[in-house]
Design a protein around this ligand. Sequence first.
Ligand code: TA6
Length: 320
Amino acid sequence: MSSDLEKKLAGLQEQFSYAAHVKFFMKDELIGIHVDNAMASASILLQGAQLIQFTPNNKPRLVWHSSAVTYKKGKPLRGGIPVCWPWFGPLSSNNKNIQALCPDDAPPAHGFARNQDWQLESIQNLTTGATKLRFSLSDNETTRRYFLRKFCLQLEFTIGTELYVSLHIQNKDEDVLYCSGALHTYFAIYDINKTRVYGLDGLSYVDSTAEGKVLQQQGPVEINSETDRIYFVEGKNSLADNDCSEQHIKCTDRKIKIRSRGSSSVVVWNPWIEKSRALSTFNDDEYLEMLCIETAKAHTDYVQLAPGATHIVSVSLGYQ
Ligand code: TA6
């Protein structure tokens, strides 16, 4: 454990000594916070403000991560809810306005937000028994290498019987900010061969495994090969209560409800057999127990923010 990390850990423990049901931890090169309250448990790393597990009390783990993950500074972790920002996927597959904001010739896949240390701003023990945490990331010397805009990201988690996550993206620059991204949630499922995703029937999707061909979903989504799709849910960009997109994952003994707001695109990903073998920090057979359903602003559903404006993307997930 390096002395800088020890000092940072001790500083956080002192700063947040008032908060109940939380404990800071160190895992290899990373610091995280573990929440264990009357409703659920969760673990969130400062790097990427990345939640790596969420388990409602007396229920199976809901948000999954690979048992092969390593906890190395600046290296993305495969699992939990990585925050993909300021672009989704390879920069080259994004709108030209987003590409124009990145001067670097080696842009990281899914942007830099998940590789940066975020600031833990606040912890609240709510009267409901849930725990609310807020993290922030603002532009800095490193981000300016990859992105020519001033910004402030705020990421809020409410750890209760359900998990609520909201990402606030604020343009702090004098020029328009273009970006894309996703809350790239990895769900723990019982068996991919017995899993169906409902709520996408009839929607168009871009099939990333078929050179971006646009197809239409017929019935529930079944996974029986590498699946990497961006579905488009029309007009779900406001935060109005009734204006959310909802999907369900059904798998033998489990039914998971996903409700997203401020997002008109949903990514469905499972690497299946061959890709699992090629992926780093991912075991060959782990495709059987995970499925990504991602609340996104991806492809043509990207964000255009006037100076000072904010866009909010949120998702709530839980067992039905
Ligand atoms: O969300 C689907 C996807 O874009 C896949 O194409 C695959 O690359 C996955 O994300 C994982 O990305 P990562 O950069 O974490 O390996």
